[in-house]
Design a protein. Structure first.
Length: 310
């Protein structure tokens, strides 16, 4: 089984110029910039090429508006690359008011598809959280559970480290604690089971947020980050806009059993679809004028192989 994670950067299906068109890969705070339809189409052609290059069996994706957008992308872009079909596609509505949902493209059918978007901190016995997280929905988007015969995936997209980095840290740490609780409730002995936590966990890079890690509840032997197996400096998946700072928000965390069974597995990172550094672009911002280069996403795709896993 090859598993990938990819933040698609605001993929939404709209009607433009009288026809259905997917939004290009640009942030919603740049939505007031007029982008030609041709550039949006070129972006999504690049997105499809990156996914095709990965050849993953399961692609966990983030920032997809709904199932029609995912289906339209699959049928009109991904299949056009020559990619084998992903007949099982899931995008359940989460808690992001802008419609930035987690989703999945699967070549094999899961036996469990379960949203955890409705959970509060109290539901998970996290009574020490601030009231807004304890008494209301905790996840900013969702924790989408996909159960297969040999492995269970938890697809996540945690709170981004802005506009208030400290407040975002508190939310992100709560989300990490919540995912751990979900895993512990799902399995009698999580250490002995095969599971992964995949997605955009929004851990900032050095100098871009609090020095402490909000992902600590998922570490310390509870799970193992496969990107830790890469050499420092080669493990980045995102460049902070208008800086030279690199971070790795996109993660594949595996259970202790999987880490032991696959000691030599190292993830691959596909950066070919990322925009060039802004200072090298003629058009400036990624939502800029027509001469801006098309790109797949502002994130890289990350994948890992698990031979024999089904």
């Amino acid at each position: 089984m090859r598993v990938a994670t990819f933040n698609l950067q605001n993929m939404r299906l709209r009607t433009q110029e009288g026809r259905p068109v997917l939004d290009g890969a640009f942030d919603q705070d740049e939505s007031d910039v007029q982008r030609p339809v041709a550039l949006s189409l070129a972006d999504r052609e690049q997105t499809a090429k990156v996914i095709h290059a990965a050849q993953a069996d399961i692609v966990a994706v983030q920032e997809v508006f709904d199932t029609p957008a995912l289906d339209f992308f699959h049928d009109n872009f991904l299949l056009q690359t020559g990619s084998p079909a992903y007949p099982f596609r899931y995008c359940l509505a989460g808690n992001d008011g802008r419609g930035l949902n987690v989703a999945a493209l699967c070549r094999r059918q899961p036996i469990i598809v379960k949203s955890h978007a409705g959970l509060t901190g109290a539901d998970l016995d996290l009574s020490d959280l601030p009231g807004e997280l304890r008494d209301h929905r905790l996840f900013r988007r969702d924790c989408l559970e996909l159960g297969f015969t040999g492995v269970t995936l938890f697809v996540c997209h945690f709170k981004a480290p802005y506009p208030d980095a400290e407040k975002a840290y508190v939310i992100r740490e709560a989300e990490a604690r919540a995912v751990r609780k979900i895993v512990e409730m799902r399995f009698d002995d999580p250490r002995q089971e095969r599971w992964m936590i995949v997605g955009d966990l929004n851990e900032p890079g050095a100098g871009d947020g609090p020095a402490r890690s909000a992902l600590t509840p998922l570490k310390q032997g509870f799970s193992f980050d496969l990107l830790d197996r890469l050499a420092p400096g080669t493990d980045w998946t995102y460049e902070v806009p208008d800086t030279h700072l690199h971070s790795r928000p996109d993660r594949i965390l595996v259970s202790p059993r999987l880490a032991q069974e696959y000691p030599d597995v190292r993830p691959e990172i596909i950066r070919t679809g990322m925009p060039p550094p802004r200072h090298n672009r003629r058009g400036g911002a990624s939502g800029g004028p027509p001469d801006s280069p098309s790109h797949a996403s502002d994130h890289a795709l990350v994948y890992a192989d698990f031979p024999g896993l089904a």
